[in-house]
Design a protein around this ligand. Structure first.
Ligand SMILES: Cc1ncc(C[n+]2csc(CCOP(=O)(O)OP(=O)(O)O)c2C)c(N)n1
Ligand code: SF4
Ligand SMILES: [Mg+2]
Length: 351
């Protein structure tokens, strides 16, 4: 059996969002991942974020590659569109779907093997093209599905469960995303829903390529002493640069922020990200500063989390290509076949 259906009955007093939907309306099938897998907590955070944003499930398309992480779209948003592609090929399938229908919200779900090994080229190009999506890597430092080989994100010197030492250099997907031009870059931890849910909400409302690297321990193969992706290691070395609230529109500050510690960034769609700064001199609008900071802290053994970079003036691939506003399946014959005079004029313009 590949998945289990959940019973549809739920408590009549479950809280509802502005669409009248409960949390249950954003769930998927019962997970078949190992009990305690970090990936299930990320599914929970995605459900929470979509519930809080009152997203209509049919407006979401979730795409993935291959891996335990890439199985997770079955376990959330059961009423949404889904496509489980080939190993490492989620980004090109997502790019094509996005170009055909710009009206959907695209969630790309991948693993560190899927994105940093076989899919590294695809990862790079969809970020540099600015595809409007939320690209989530559930990063456990191993190939969980194929039973625990080191992945390309495993730190040098980290140990496998059987004691082998990784001698290769790690690929830091956050640093790559910054270099490649992603306009929203964050890192979080599957065990920190308080940080992850608002990050997901802000990324969903962002126009452009939003990338979130979520450290997500694999309890079966990479949760031992000597691993730098275990629950204990990440809890002990987590250095958050900020905590954020995501507001659909600007709202009065009601929380107890200390003066000088709050940074507000408005996005294109009117949503406002309010950041409580934990590292006083960290500026989320400084791409080069972010890159330096993340690498310096990694060298000091820390796992930097939070919203690391945001370009409030972001544009997406449709802006760059000047595509039509409507999804392609809504274009009628008149737009698709404007007649021979229009074709002659077009050809003449290219002579
Ligand atoms: C073309 C191809 N090569 C190799 C595999 C075998 N394979 C399946 S999943 C996987 C790695 C998954 O690792 P990751 O993306 O980190 O996901 P995780 O299971 O750790 O969540 C590999 C190598 C495959 N399915 N297809
Ligand atoms: S093998 Fe690891 S990544 Fe896969 S479900 Fe189990 S704990 Fe999760
Ligand atoms: Mg993995």
């Amino acid at each position: 059996m590949t998945y289990l259906a959940k019973p549809l009955l739920h408590h009549p007093k479950l809280p509802t969002n502005s669409l009248g939907y409960t949390h249950r309306d954003y769930e998927g099938s019962v997970s078949t991942l190992c009990a305690g897998c970090g990936h299930d907590s990320i599914s929970g955070a995605i459900i929470q974020a979509c519930f809080e944003l009152a997203i209509q499930p049919h407006r979401v398309a979730k795409l993935s590659g291959i891996g335990c992480s890439s199985k997770t779209p079955t376990y959330f948003l059961g009423q949404s569109h889904g496509f489980n592609s080939v190993h490492g090929r989620m980004p090109s399938v997502l790019t094509g779907a996005n170009l055909a229908n710009r009206d959907l919200i695209y969630l790309g779900v991948s693993g560190d093997g899927d994105s940093a090994s076989i899919g590294l080229g695809q990862f790079a190009h969809c970020l540099r093209r600015g595809v409007n999506m939320v690209y989530i890597v559930e990063n456990n430092g191993v190939y969980g599905l194929t039973k625990g080989q080191f992945s390309a994100t495993a730190d040098t010197g980290s140990r496998s469960k059987k004691g082998a030492v990784n001698t290769d250099s790690p690929i830091d997907l956050v640093a790559m995303a910054l270099l490649l031009g992603a306009t929203f870059v964050a890192r979080s931890f599957s065990g920190d829903k308080r940080q992850l849910v608002p990050l997901l909400k802000a990324a969903i409302r962002h126009r452009g390529a939003a990338f979130i690297d979520v450290v997500s321990p694999c309890v079966a193969f990479n949760n031992h002493t000597g691993s730098t992706r275990s629950f204990d290691y990440v809890r002990e070395h987590n250095a958050a640069v900020n905590r954020l609230d995501m507001m659909v529109e600007r709202e009065e500050i009601t929380t107890d922020y200390a003066e000088g510690q709050v940074q507000e960034v408005a996005q294109h769609d009117g949503s406002v990200i309010r950041l409580r700064k934990l590292a006083a001199d960290y500026d989320v609008r400084n791409r080069i500063g972010a890159l330096t900071y993340v690498q310096e802290r990694h060298a000091a053994g820390e796992v930097v989390t939070g919203l690391l970079y945001l370009d409030p003036e972001s544009r997406d691939l449709h802006d760059a290509l000047g595509t039509v506003e409507q999804p392609l399946n809504r274009l009628g014959e008149a737009e698709l076949c404007p007649g021979s005079a229009a074709l002659d004029a077009f050809n003449a313009a290219h002579r």
